[in-house]
Every structure is written in structure tokens, then in C-alpha cells.
Design a protein around this ligand. Sequence first.
Ligand code: HEM
Length: 229
Amino acid sequence: MLEEWFLLNGVFNIGDWIPWLSFLDLQGYVKRMKALYKKFDRFHNYVIDDHQTRMETEKDFVPGDVDLLAGGTDTSATTIEWAIHELLKHPHVIEKAKEELDRVIGRNRWLEENDFPNLPYIDAIIMESMRLHPLATFLAPHYAMEDCKVAGYDISKGTTILVNTWSIGRDPNSWDAPNEFLPERFVGKEIDLTGSNFALLPFGSGRRRCPGYNLGLKFVRLICCMDLI
Ligand code: HEM
């Protein structure tokens, strides 16, 4: 079900781009999304029935479970895959990262969560990989709640907004040598990953920013380190 969910979220749906054709659902994606929604609904009902001890109020949160399931699985895995992909293409980066791990952790103890602030190069690798390969190329679709202006363009209330983080991350106005994998660009710099730097938005920004960024980053850091050892 999650695979279908991710596929349908990523597909090019003609009706989204040519709204007057939307009602025809030419590719059948809307039909598939509705069928999947029903399946998730049945799944949730099953989980709720199974957990008799749940308090009545908790049921209000259940629709968000799909988001949490989807947000908490493939996201970290895909981010890690991209980081490993870049590492394999850049063996000298692996060497530098191993050197950092050996220097900070050594070979005689386990890596711990509170070691991460002392591993700036590992963090730089992750940031650089997220800059080039943000998981959600267009973030999640947002909705303009009122008329506004963005970069001189008039956006009317009700418009669907797709933020292209992929191209923002490769914008030569914000980044030198934007298409190159250079973790060094982040070393010694205080660059935020979680939404205050608009040139780098792998988790989005503002109130709809990814609520799981902390957990997601923990997974990514930990597994990248494990792969390097
Ligand atoms: C490296 C891992 C992750 C990345 C790169 C990532 C990225 C994102 C992005 C780009 C968004 C959309 C933000 C926007 O449109 O402004 C999002 C939303 C969301 N993420 Fe994550 N995420 C990750 C991990 C997680 C984890 C571990 C969880 C939960 C356990 C999670 C739960 C969610 C939820 C529930 C939303 C929807 C928030 C809303 O619509 O208000 N994510 N994530």
C-alpha cells in the first residue's frame, strides 16, 4: 500500500496540469488514489478495533497515521541511498569521513547519538547529498490561503503551490559549482537544514515543515556512519 502511495504521489497527473481535463482522469490515477484511500481506511479501522484500549480522543489523530507511516519509512531510506550513491562516486570523501570517524570515535567503542555534533564532515556529506537529491523534489503541494505576491508574481488564493527544492538546491545564484558534490562547502558554516535557509529545504519550511526531521536525520546519520565503518 505504501508503494502504491509513493508511486501515486510521484506520478505526472495530466489533470493537475490541464485542469479542464481533470474530470476525465485520463490515466486513472485519481481512481487508484481513491481505491487506495479506502484500503487505508479499512486498515485504520482494523488497527483501531484491535487496540480496544485506545482512548476515544486518540481516534481523531488516526488519518495522520498514513502520513506518519509514509513519512517515516521510505524517506530516510531514499535519502540514505542517495548519500551512499554519492559516496561511491567520490572515494576521497569516504576516506575523509573514515578519518573523522576514527579520530572522533576510534575503534574501541560504539558510536552514540551525542557524538553527532562532533562529526561535522559526516553532516556535511548528508547536507550536500540532500542539496543535490532532496527527497521531495516539489515538497508536498501547498495551497495559497490568500492572494499574495512571490518574487513579483501574483499568486491568487486557492492556487496549488509546488516548491521546486531540486532546482533551488542547484541554483547557481545560491551555490558555487552547483552540480558538483562538494561536502566541504558546508564545513565550518552554520547552515540550517530545517527550513530557515531557503536555499536548502529538504524538509520544507514553516508550519507544514516535516515534523519527523529530527528522527529522520538520526536514521540518516546513523546508517551513513555504519556504512562507512
Ligand atoms: C530524511 C528523512 C525525511 C525527509 C527528507 C522528509 C521530508 C519531508 C518533506 C519535504 C515534507 C513536506 C514538507 C513541506 O511540504 O513543506 C515532509 C512532510 C512530512 N513528514 Fe517528513 N521527511 C523525513 C522523515 C520523516 C519521518 C521520520 C517522519 C515521521 C516519523 C516524517 C513525517 C512527515 C509528516 C507526517 C509530514 C507531513 C507534514 C504536514 O503535512 O504537515 N518525515 N517530510
